[in-house]
Design a binder for this molecule. Sequence first.
Ligand SMILES: N[C@@H](CCC(=O)N[C@@H](CS)C(=O)NCC(=O)O)C(=O)O
Length: 219
Amino acid sequence: MPPTLFAHPFSSYCQKALIALYENGTPFTFRMLDGSDPATFAEFEALWPLKRFPLLLDDGRPIAEATIIIEHLDMHHRGPARLIPGDPAAALEVRFIDRFFDNYVQTPMQKIVGDALRGAPERDARGVADARATLETAYGWLERRMAGREWAVADGFSLADCAAAPALFYADWAHPIADGFPAVRAYRARLNARPSFARAIDEARPYRGFFPLGAPERD
Ligand SMILES: N[C@@H](CCC(=O)N[C@@H](CS)C(=O)NCC(=O)O)C(=O)O
């Protein structure tokens, strides 16, 4: 029986898992978490009380966290695309870059976006300034890392690129990647053109009005 993914197409972490599923053409059932069906949300919450999506349900077993979902798919639904390299040293590098994108790109991006969703009295100006500074530092580190590289790790498209694609997509909307980071901008463009992510971008297009800072007229 194919696994089920509880997700929303506009969510960056859901897109990370979707890229992995699309890269391998893995059959799965999509369960939409858009608030329109309370029963679906209740089912999701019962499976994962922390209510962060995506969540994969495979053979009755809930698998949370986008990275772990991709690791699980590689273990139990392996397809032609090896998103975790077989070589342990290369796999460790992939996992490190995956952590980089979650912790130092997605997290500050979510801070800026989340803050924009709040009313003025609840805003956290200091936290947002810190998030912007973290993104600038992350862009600088990534600029040096990506010079001369096609994908994040030499072995080819991997979990690290699944993490990078939505992270850089939305980070650039929240805190633009300046012209002074040409390798990061070029990498983001390559990721956006990758068919698995291009599909996720297209599926999320109808929801751009939800972006609280205003989605730019591009991408
Ligand atoms: N660490 C989680 C983060 C997932 C996450 O933050 N998902 C967001 C959507 S992109 C979410 O669930 N937001 C709803 C909420 O925070 O209540 C992962 O890697 O999957």
